[in-house]
Each structure stands twice: as structure tokens, then as C-alpha cells.
Design a protein around this ligand. Structure first.
Ligand code: PLP
Length: 400
């Protein structure tokens, strides 16, 4: 790393503008169509996203933790209420967070405080890494259980894995990489019988499944309609398409929400004061809240239904193409806007490298060798050229 000194004096405006331009050009932000990483949800063609960004900018200095954040705090309550009602609970409370990771940490913190002790958390191996990170942070032991052949949670195995010290159980309606939906109602029965805290990681599914359901798709219950669900993480900055960084942790009721808050009143140092925060961080930017509030209000449920249908149509186009390529397998029929293909016969590293060199941007898997695409509306029309390049690159596969 080349050391950089703190600037002695300010840059000229022209020099500064040039530097920003160069950095932007080096980033992938200017060419989102070929990026399949769920990072380019913002390219709505009709200017609504731009309006949301203007609102975001107006609140750039608002601090939700202090005095300038009151309007944003109200919008935060509105957002949680809106998402709660989408997810089957009009009385929901909670917070806008920095994303799925923080939401998962807060959920397991609430679980630990509800139990009044550390202990273990039962979750399928297909759960997102951030849940393992949350366990690590909080001194909880993850008991991860093999999924079924269709990459959904194996409820029988989960039930057997519950121990005396188990405090929480987790399900995922919309798994990252596998694109499956865990059987939430069945896991909910275990939670109810064993009085476990039940958290759902709907980072991907939370702002997609309700709209697919509204479009007429039949889905098993995946939200607060399952009575034992205590909390749901759902990310506005993923399928809500709102500016970074906006996650949401949504609790069934105030009692559960209170378990995730930090409060101290008294003499913590040399003076008497009180301190309270609702999320992991102290100073908290109002802009992502305002940006999310703007997008929800500008797009509305009917707009999100259209977006949900479109991203699944794009996902299915890639799925259909993968199915035609000899040597590639799908984990599952994609239930959310993620589609992954892998090979148990070949190493695909040279294949994915050639695709990268052609300008395609996506995640890869090492074992088994594979590729993961997370699709946004801006990827419309890219299936055909991508699949043509993939077919050609498959000549580089290596038998294992
Ligand atoms: N949960 C799931 C299912 C995810 O797919 C992700 C990210 O991809 C996360 C949690 C973590 O979200 P974030 O990166 O916003 O912290």
C-alpha cells in the first residue's frame, strides 16, 4: 500500500472534479447492465430514483441519534409500519438499519436478551453468513443443520438439533445463492412448542415475496402470519431498490423490540447522564431512511408488483439458459431473483474468468465450482448475450 499524506491545503475545484470523475470511471457504477450482483437496483428509467436521491441529499446531515433527525425518525417509524403491514403485522415496530447484517445481529441480540442467557441458535446451513457472524459477535453457538435435497430447511433435522440451551431458531424466505424458501410454518411449530425466539432473514425475500403474492403467485406463509415469528429482517436497499444503506429489523411487538435496545442511566463516568440507542451504531444518518421513504411512496405497491414480476422474468430467462448447457446444474428452481449454476463434473474457473474478461460481473462459487447471478431490472435483455458468451466459454471447463 502506498502511504498517503493528509493534504497540506485544499485541492483546486477542477483538480477535485477530475479526481472524482476518474474514480467514478474506474468503478462499475456507470455500466450497470452487465452487473449481476444486486447492486444496481437504482436504474429506474423514469426519474423517480432521481427524486429519491434529491430527498436523500436534503437530509445528508440529519443525525437520527441527535437533534436533526426527528423528521427522519418519523419516516423510520412509517417505513417499519409499512413493511410490517406488507409482512402480515400492522402493529410491527423496529428500526431501519445499515442492512441485513445489522438486522440479523439485532434480532439475535433480542433473542439473547429475551432468554436472559447465552446459548445456541439452530439454523439451516443455507442461512446467510451474517447470521454466523451475529452468533460470533454475541457469544452464541450456531448449530447448523444440513438442508434437504431441494435446498430448503430440513425441519426434522432442525427439531432434533434443538438442545436445552437453544434460545433461537432461524428460517430464510429467499436464500442467498440457493434461491430457496424455507418452510416457515413448519419451523414455526418447533419455535412454538419449544418457546424459542423465531427470526426470519428476509433480506432478499421481504420486499419481493409480498409483491409476487399480490401478482397472483401462490406461496406458503413466509412472514408474521406465522404466529411464532418474533422478528423479520427485510432490506429496502435490496429488492426495495432504495439508496444504500437501508436494512430493516421488524419486530412483532414493542416487548420484543425493547430486547434489542441499549439503555443506560446513571453514572457511567464522572457525570450523571442517560444514553439510549436502538441499533448497533450511535450517530445514524437520516438520508437512507428518507431515500427509502421516498422510493416506497413514489413507487407504491403496484409499482413494486411490476418490478417483482420483471426481475423474476429476467431470472427465469437466465435459469432456462443454464438448463440448456451440458455440465451445469441448478441448486433449485429459483424462488427469488437469484439464480446459481454449478458443476460437479468440471472446474469452471477458466470459464468464469473469460466471462469476467468480457465485462460480465457476478459472484463465483469455489466448491462446487459455479456462478451466482443476482438480478435487477437493469439486467433486462442481458440473458441472451451472457448465455452466448457462457456457452462459448464452457470449452474452457476442466474435468475434476
Ligand atoms: N441475509 C441475506 C439472505 C443476504 O442475501 C444478505 C446479503 O446478501 C444479508 C443477509 C446481508 O445483507 P447486507 O449485506 O445488507 O448486510
Amino acid at each position: 500500500m502506498i502511504p498517503v499524506k493528509f493534504p497540506e491545503s485544499g485541492m483546486s475545484k477542477t483538480e477535485f472534479t477530475e479526481s472524482v470523475k476518474r474514480a467514478y470511471e474506474k468503478s462499475l457504477l456507470g455500466r450497470p447492465e452487465r452487473i449481476f450482483s444486486g447492486e444496481s437496483p437504482h436504474m429506474l428509467p423514469d426519474g423517480r430514483r432521481q427524486l429519491a436521491i434529491e430527498a436523500f441529499m436534503k437530509f445528508i446531515d440529519a443525525n437520527v441519534c441527535f437533534f436533526t433527525g426527528e423528521s427522519a425518525r418519523q419516516m423510520e417509524r412509517d417505513l417499519i409500519s409499512m413493511m410490517g403491514s406488507l409482512l402480515g403485522n400492522e402493529d410491527a415496530v423496529g428500526n431501519i438499519t445499515t442492512g441485513g447484517t445489522e438486522s440479523n445481529v439485532l434480532a439475535l441480540l433480542a433473542a439473547r436478551n429475551r432468554a436472559g442467557t447465552r446459548g445456541s441458535v439452530v439454523l439451516p446451513k443455507t442461512a446467510h453468513e451474517s447470521l454466523f457472524k451475529a452468533c460470533d459477535y454475541l457469544g452464541l453457538e450456531p448449530i447448523s443443520v444440513d438442508p434437504k435435497a431441494d435446498w430448503t430447511a430440513d425441519v426434522e433435522k432442525m427439531e432434533k438439533a434443538v438442545r436445552k440451551d437453544t434460545i433461537a431458531i432461524v428460517g430464510t424466505p429467499g436464500t442467498w445463492v440457493y434461491s430457496s424458501i424455507d418452510p416457515i410454518e413448519e419451523i414455526g411449530e418447533i419455535a412454538e412448542e419449544r418457546d424459542l425466539y423465531f427470526h426470519l432473514d428476509a433480506a432478499i425475500g421481504g420486499l419481493l415475496l409480498p409483491f409476487l403474492e399480490r401478482s397472483g403467485q401462490k406461496l406458503p406463509k413466509y412472514d408474521f402470519r406465522v404466529k411464532s415469528v418474533c422478528s423479520i429482517s427485510a432490506d429496502p436497499h435490496k429488492n426495495g431498490m432504495t439508496p444504500l444503506s437501508a436494512g430493516a429489523i421488524i419486530f412483532r411487538d414493542t416487548d420484543l423490540h425493547n430486547f434489542s435496545k441499549f439503555k443506560i442511566r446513571g453514572k457511567t463516568g464522572t457525570v450523571m447522564k442517560s444514553y439510549q440507542t436502538e441499533t448497533l451504531i450511535g450517530s445514524r444518518p437520516g438520508s437512507p431512511i428518507v431515500g427509502a421513504w421516498a422510493m416506497f411512496n413514489l413507487i407504491g405497491a403496484d409499482g413494486y408488483v411490476a418490478i417483482a414480476k420483471k426481475v423474476m422474468e429476467i431470472t427465469y430467462a437466465f435459469r432456462d439458459g443454464f438448463k440448456e448447457i451440458p455440465g451445469l446444474k441448478l441448486f433449485a428452481e429459483p424462488k427469488v431473483n437469484v439464480v446459481s449454476a454449478y458443476s460437479d463434473q468440471y472446474g469452471l474457473h477458466n470459464v468464469t474468468e473469460e466471462l469476467r474478461q468480457k465485462g460480465w460481473v457476478f459472484f463465483t462459487l469455489d466448491v462446487p465450482s459455479g456462478l451466482v447471478l443476482w438480478l435487477d431490472p437493469v439486467n433486462d435483455g442481458q440473458a441472451e448475450p451472457f448465455l452466448a458468451d457462457l456457452k462459448q466459454a464452457m470449452r474452457l471447463k476442466i474435468p475434476v
